[in-house]
Design a protein around this ligand. Sequence first.
Ligand SMILES: [Zn+2]
Length: 456
Amino acid sequence: MMLRKAEETGEQDLKNRILEMMALDNSDPMGAMVNGLAEEVIGACATLHAAADPARIVFEAVNRDDATATSFPYADGSCRVVITDGLISMIYYLCVLWAWSLDPEQRQGPSPESALRRLICPWENKKRTEQVHLSAALLRYHHVHHRVFGKSAKLEVFLEEEYLKLADMLQSKALQFILAHEVAHFMLGHRNLLALRNAAEVEASRRQEQEADRAAVSIMNAMTTKRPKSGRGLVDLITARSSSRGLNFINLVGIVIAMTGLHTVETALFLRRSHVHLKPAERIDQLAVVASRLNVQGVNRVFGDLLSVTDLACDTSAALPRDWWQAAFTNPRVSKATHSTEYLNSVIGLDGFHSCPAEKAEAFLRRCFADDGMSDADAALDELLAGSAAAFFRRLGITDAVFDPMLDRMRPLTFHTVQDEIFRSPALRQYESFTSRRIASVVLTRLLELRPDTLG
Ligand SMILES: [Zn+2]
């Protein structure tokens, strides 16, 4: 129809453009990537000897900010595996940060050997610590945005082509591990334990997670890694270090980054988690038990910095030091996009609010509510400090229907979900200033985070 219109009006340019788009099929690029990666995973599934038919799995990339992957097995023997954009982009970001850490300078001209040396023998100098701090600030930037605005914002990092190629390859491997883990749940006949109702289910879920991890490693091992002919690029050099049998190096890097991606999201963004993924270090220890070729010390050497970065970014017991932020914002490889200095400074400020210690948070709110005549909010604060979340929400004017699901201890709950309800509550809407309202809702949620028992 559109094409005929273009022909009628004699718009050759327009017609060509439509033909180009038709040739591209205009399909969802994320979905296409996930399905391409899943094909290899399915091909390697034969090793599992399970009764389920992997050909009956449908893979889907969904446009959501939360970072999760889940499998939904159906009674008719089919299954849907879903992975969110949030997780895909978080994993890519960690791949970029890891590739960058191999050579922060990235001098002009290819010098992949220096990056490789870094892998074998990490530096012990100031530069390395600085790199960890600025990467932690970049990751925290994402976490602050998610907790405050519910958005997965990230500042782009520019890398030389060799390092970008490496990040691309690692992303594929990390996503394949996640898909393999979900496929394994289905193949092994696991139940989908989205809400854990009792200790027995928590235990069952932990066992399932470990089984799925182990099976996913076998699937990864069964996938062949293309060996380079004689390339001198970073990707070729690293692939050449990967053995063709057993847990090879590239797969291992992908697996650790996948685990770290899920972990950083679960730890930093959730007030309550339902999933019982173990910490990456624990998961690696578990895998070492079954994979005799897995050298845990070697893993720690290669990933020590990446694990430090995620630990520092997730540790909301204090705001990050200002000089870490400055190092990140002024680094020439970090894109500031269109952000003004004022905006970036406001993120540093928000970091202070969302990781405020309890006493400071309480004193701050008391003063603000008194100065601004916010008596309802002040009364709500009394209830919160007395330990009753239900009374707190009611005082804010939030209805039972809205807050009841938030108090269900079997459901996962993000920092932002709670913060947003408080932000939109009738009590805080008395604030004229949008910013004051936002800050008050962030600090109130922070107090709830510091008193996890209050939320049930
Ligand atoms: Zn799982």
